[in-house]
Design a protein around this ligand. Structure first.
Ligand code: M6R
Length: 610
């Protein structure tokens, strides 16, 4: 949701905070602000912008505040419109305490009334503003105690950075149900919502646990729980590289990330799939005995990750013959799901921080299920709170719309399927051998799709003027139709729906006419003939058709459709090359329409509120 960064060290804080905010902007871009404290002059500068980080940078470049401690925030609005007054940091009545926050304080209205009764004056509509006022109210000479007492009053979710002129040598961070990490550099420290903000400065990251707070001084970080007990810090070395968080010559992060899809497959497979098909998943953590006990699987996820989970059902049921149910995480947790210790709950999440998915896996653990998370972010909340983890190893994904990590999720689900099948001896050795070889050849097939980007760009030019789209697929490519439609909606703001092709005739076909194109996934597979019939039905309603077909396949030669050829792979693995083509199409349509591809309106990369 919001991006937050705090700095305390020996360098000038403002340029570092600006630079980090640029890298955090994908978390939210409604408004931005900084607070920098100049220890020599005893001055606190607070500068805000009602729009994106760039506007803030322009303002700060004219007059860069001096100081070696400070904080910056980029907002995704929840409480209060994206105005200057609602931009963070927020202050107390004396302007001594400043706070930036990601999350939602659910009891803010009650706290606000209580503080107003004590004559605190509020200037914004935000929930966050209660925090500096609470700290002001609780301050009796010791800042850490005042912060702790204030935090104990809050309900909801928060990751915060707090500074007070009462103790200008301290920078405090705290988290509950929202991510926060501490970058540990050489005599400098960073408190940030995620690792991408700090990787240019340090690879050493302290992972703050749920309900913990960190007080950083020039002596280093002190971690404690909300009741004041000291906590041994968990420090990890991050493998991500700064070049992975830069555009590297591409016009958009999304273009770069789609172009990293072949690597996403290779990185997810690396060291995990032996030539004989044996799968080793490092942090997975389940023994064969535990896996044999798994009676059923529930997958929980949101957005694009939900569609990856739907694919997981096709993959795991086919390979391991274990029944799999897939459910949006936001529904799962509120409907008393039937699970027990023999259920394996698989949480699918790029960020590992999506509030709905995190809450769902917590509920699953409460009900005694075993939980594995498939996620990209090492040390994310879901990774820390699961019994086992499968990491995507995709490197940072900055474009708000997921692309390469969707590919990596699917790749990991193939591996998980093989692992679960192996323990049950469900996989015929010939099929395993063939599948292993095909998986290893997959990056080359993906690269071929990327090499044909121009074809999809031409197609996008032709179709960018339509307002509505229908995506259709069958079998294992049905979730790909759903994801193709979501990608187009998210980044080009065009209406798009995904449907199982066989369902079209049961209702949605009524929508079709010459202004309502259909994108059909018609690559080789068991139901291709049926798909061709569905395409004929569409054409009979005058709807324009674009179709993905397998290289050299003449099945649509006689049909008036725009054909895009994708390399021949087995139907079981075809979702990966197919979705890369659909991602490219959505990307080029969005570019044609002049949309902000990396930062689509109303969205944020990581949704840490329910
Ligand atoms: O980090 P997660 O994978 O848990 O995020 C889930 C969704 O918020 C995410 O997939 C969202 O739908 C993206 N905008 C997809 O492009």
């Amino acid at each position: 949701m919001c991006g937050i960064i705090g700095y305390l060290g020996e360098r000038s804080a403002a340029p570092i905070i600006m630079d980090s905010l640029k890298r955090l902007e994908y978390r939210g871009y409604d408004s931005a602000g900084v607070a920098i404290f100049d220890q020599d002059a005893g001055d606190l500068s607070v500068v805000k912008s009602a729009s994106k980080v760039d506007t803030l940078v322009e303002r700060l470049t004219e007059e860069m505040p001096a100081g070696r401690v400070g904080m910056g925030h980029t907002r995704w609005a929840t409480h209060g419109r994206p105005t200057l007054i609602n931009a963070h940091p927020h202050s107390d009545c004396t302007n001594k305490v400043v706070v930036i926050h990601n999350g939602i304080i659910e009891n803010f209205a009650e706290l606000r009334r209580e503080l107003q009764a004590k004559r605190h004056v509020f200037v914004s509509e935000t929930d966050t503003e209660v925090v500096p006022h609470l700290i002001e109210e609780n301050f009796k000479g010791d800042l850490v105690t005042a912060v702790r007492e204030s935090l104990r009053r809050l309900r909801g979710a928060y990751a915060m950075v707090i500074f007070s002129q009462h103790d200008p040598d301290l920078l405090i961070g705290a988290r509950l149900n929202a991510p926060l990490v501490v970058g540990v550099g050489e005599k400098e420290w960073f408190i940030a919502s995620d690792i991408t903000a700090v990787i240019p400065y340090t690879k050493k990251v302290l992972l703050l646990g749920e309900g913990e707070m960190v007080a950083i001084s020039s002596l280093g970080p002190q971690v404690s729980s909300m009741d004041g007990a000291s906590v041994k810090p968990k420090i990890i070395d991050v493998k991500w590289d700064i070049s992975q968080a830069q555009k590297g010559g591409y016009p958009h992060f999304m273009a770069k990330e789609i172009n990293e899809s072949a690597d996403a497959v290779s990185n997810a497979l690396r060291g995990r799939l032996a030539d004989d098909g044996e799968v080793t998943l490092e942090e997975f953590g389940f023994t064969d005995r535990q896996l044999l006990k798994v009676r059923d699987i529930k997958m929980v996820a949101a957005g694009t990750s939900f569609y990856a989970a739907l694919l997981g059902k096709y993959i795991i049921e086919d390979l391991a013959r274990i029944p799999v149910e897939v459910e949006p995480a936001s529904e799962f947790r509120y409907r008393q799901p039937i699970i027990d210790q023999d259920t394996l709950v698989v949480g699918i999440s790029q960020s590992g921080e999506t509030a709905d998915t995190l809450a769902a896996i917590r509920e699953a653990r409460r009900l005694k299920a075993k939980v594995v998370s498939v996620t990209n972010v090492v040390g994310s909340s879901m990774a820390l709170e699961s019994d086992g983890v499968v990491y995507l190893h995709s490197g940072p994904e900055i474009g708000v719309a997921s692309s390469k990590t969707f590919i990596a999720h699917i790749t990991c689900l193939y591996l998980l399927g093989i692992r679960l099948a192996a323990v049950r001896h469900r996989l015929d050795p010939t099929r395993l051998k063939q599948l292993t070889a095909e998986l290893k050849a997959l990056p080359a097939a993906v690269q071929k799709v990327l090499d044909r980007a121009e074809v999809l760009q031409k197609l996008a030019r032709k179709y960018a003027g339509y307002r509505n789209f229908m995506y259709i697929g069958r079998g294992i490519n049905y979730p790909i139709a759903l994801e193709g439609a979501l990608k187009l909606k998210e980044i080009s703001y065009l209406h798009a729906e995904g449907y199982a092709a066989g369902e079209l005739k049961h209702g949605p076909i009524a929508l079709l006419d010459k202004n309502f194109p259909v994108f059909a996934i018609a690559t080789q597979g068991a139901t291709l003939e049926k798909m061709v019939s569905n395409i004929q039905e569409v054409i009979a309603r005058d709807a324009p058709v674009a179709a993905l077909v397998t290289d050299g396949d003449h099945v649509l030669d006689e049909v008036a459709a725009d054909r895009v050829e994708v390399p021949a792979v087995s139907e079981f693995l075809s979702p990966i090359p197919n979705v890369v083509a659909l991602q490219l199409f959505a990307y080029f349509v969005a570019c044609e329409r002049g949309c902000n591809v990396d930062q689509p309106r109303n969205l944020a990369k990581s949704v840490t509120v329910e």
